[in-house]
Design a protein around this ligand. Structure first.
Ligand SMILES: *Cc1c(COP(=O)(O)O)cnc(C)c1O
Length: 376
C-alpha cells in the first residue's frame, strides 16, 4: 500500500519549535509583544514595505483594510469570480456588494478590462487576488484605479514569493493582505498580515485592530470608535519569525515542486501556472487546466488519486455559482475553468518518487480524456 500524499502541510523545523517554546515559556508580561514586533519587522523587510500589522487571519486583515477605506452599505467592490470566498466575505461584512468579473484564461486572475467595465459611481475598491501564486496584471489594474480614483488592494494570501517587475505581491496596492493558514507557503497555524505604505491607512487599521483605541489615547479602556479584535498571539508570531528566517527556502521548495510537475506534464494539452517575463511566481499551488476542447473527467482523476492515497483539490468554483450570490454565467472563462482544472499536492518536502505517482495518474487521465473527445 502506498503512503498517503497530503495536498499541503507546513514545513516545521526545530527552529519553529524552539521559538514557540520560548514564547510559551517566557513571552508574557512585558515580553508579551516581543515576537509580534519582530515578526512584523521581518515581514516588512521581506516585502520592502513601511508597515505591517499581524492579525489572526487574512480574512480579518481584509475586513479591517476595507473598513479603513471607508467602505460601507451600498458600496461596490470589484473582484474576480474565480476565487476563494475569504476574499469576498469581508466585503459583505461591511454591508457592501462584491461585484464578480471574469478572469483571464492564462493567469486565472481578474481581467483588467472586465474590471474597468464594471466600475459604477458606487465602486469603492478593486481587489486584486493573486490566485495560486499567479500575479494579477498590476500595471493595468493600478492604471485603472488611478484613472477612476479607485483604490486597488491586493489579496496576496497565496502569493508570498511572487514578484511583479521587481515588486513583491502585496506591496503594490493601497494595502495588501496575507494568510498564514496551515495550507499556505508559510504558516503560523492560523494568522494573517496587513501591509501598507500609507501612513493614514496604517494608523486607521492599527486603531481598528485594537478595538478602536487610538495610538495616542492615554485614557485607559477608552475606545475612540468601534473597532475589531483580529490580533495575532505572541506564540503564533514566534512560529512566524522562524518561518520568515527560512522564507527563501520555503519559497524555493515550492518552486522545486512546481518545476518537477511542469517538466513531468510537458507535452500534455494542459496549461499550468504561468511565469511571465520580469515576474516570479511563488507557485503556492501547482495547478493544471486541461484545454477546453478536451472532455476532461475531473471526477475520475480525483477518484484515481483517492485510490492511490493522493489528495487532489478542486479548482475554485466561480463565487457567483454559490447560493448566497447571484449567478453570473456570462463570466465564461470562470465557468469553463473549474471543472477542467485540478490543484496538485505541493508540500515543501514532497519527494520526486511521490510526484512521479501523481504525474503518472494525471498523464493517464488526460490522455484518456483526449481519446474520448477524438472519438466524438
Ligand atoms: C487562504 C486565503 C484567504 C483566507 O485566509 P485566512 O487566513 O484563512 O483568513 C484569503 N484569500 C485567499 C486568496 C486565500 O487563499
Amino acid at each position: 500500500m502506498s503512503s498517503r500524499i497530503h495536498y499541503t502541510k507546513p514545513s516545521i523545523t526545530e527552529l519553529e519549535v524552539s521559538y514557540a517554546t520560548d514564547a510559551a515559556r517566557n513571552g508574557w508580561g512585558e515580553r508579551c509583544y516581543e515576537y509580534i514586533g519582530r515578526f512584523e519587522q521581518l515581514f516588512c523587510d521581506h516585502l520592502n514595505v513601511k508597515y505591517a500589522i499581524a492579525t489572526s487571519s487574512c480574512t480579518g486583515a481584509m475586513h479591517m483594510g476595507l473598513a479603513a477605506l471607508g467602505i460601507g452599505p451600498g458600496d461596490e467592490v470589484i473582484l474576480a469570480d474565480t476565487n476563494w470566498i475569504a476574499s469576498a466575505a469581508p466585503v459583505t461584512y461591511l454591508g457592501a456588494k462584491p461585484v464578480f468579473v471574469d478572469v483571464l484564461p492564462d493567469t486565472w486572475c481578474i481581467d483588467p478590462e472586465k474590471a474597468e467595465a464594471a466600475i459604477t459611481p458606487d465602486t469603492k475598491a478593486i481587489i486584486a487576488v493573486h490566485l495560486y501564486g499567479n500575479l494579477c496584471d498590476m500595471d493595468a489594474l493600478l492604471a485603472i484605479g488611478e484613472r477612476h480614483g479607485i483604490p486597488v488592494v491586493e489579496d496576496a494570501a497565496e502569493a508570498i514569493g511572487s514578484v511583479w517587475h521587481g515588486k513583491r505581491a502585496g506591496s503594490m496596492g493601497a494595502f495588501g493582505v496575507f494568510s498564514f493558514h496551515g495550507t499556505k507557503t508559510m504558516t503560523t497555524g492560523e494568522g494573517g498580515m496587513f501591509v501598507t505604505q500609507d501612513d493614514t491607512l496604517y494608523d486607521k487599521v492599527l486603531t481598528l485592530s485594537n478595538h478602536g483605541r487610538a495610538k495616542g489615547q492615554t485614557k485607559q479602556f477608552w475606545p475612540d470608535m468601534l473597532g475589531y479584535k483580529y490580533k495575532m498571539s505572541n506564540i503564533q508570531a514566534a512560529i512566524g519569525c522562524a518561518q520568515m528566517e527560512r522564507i527563501d527556502d520555503l519559497i524555493a521548495a515550492k518552486r522545486r515542486v512546481f518545476e518537477y510537475y511542469y517538466s513531468g506534464l510537458s507535452g500534455l494539452p494542459v496549461l499550468m501556472n504561468p511565469e511571465p517575463d520580469a515576474c516570479r511566481n511563488g507557485f503556492w499551488m501547482p495547478t493544471f487546466v486541461v484545454n477546453k476542447e478536451i472532455s476532461f473527467n475531473r471526477a475520475a482523476l480525483l477518484d484515481s488519486f483517492k485510490s492511490d492515497q493522493i489528495d487532489g483539490r478542486v479548482f475554485f468554483w466561480p463565487l457567483s455559482m454559490l447560493p448566497m450570490f447571484d449567478a453570473k454565467p456570462e463570466n465564461e472563462v470562470s465557468y469553463a475553468l473549474y471543472d477542467h482544472a485540478i490543484n496538485l499536492p505541493s508540500y515543501h518536502e514532497l519527494t520526486e518518487v511521490e510526484m512521479d505517482r501523481v504525474i503518472e495518474l494525471v498523464k493517464a487521465s488526460v490522455s484518456m480524456s483526449k481519446e474520448t473527445s477524438d472519438a466524438d
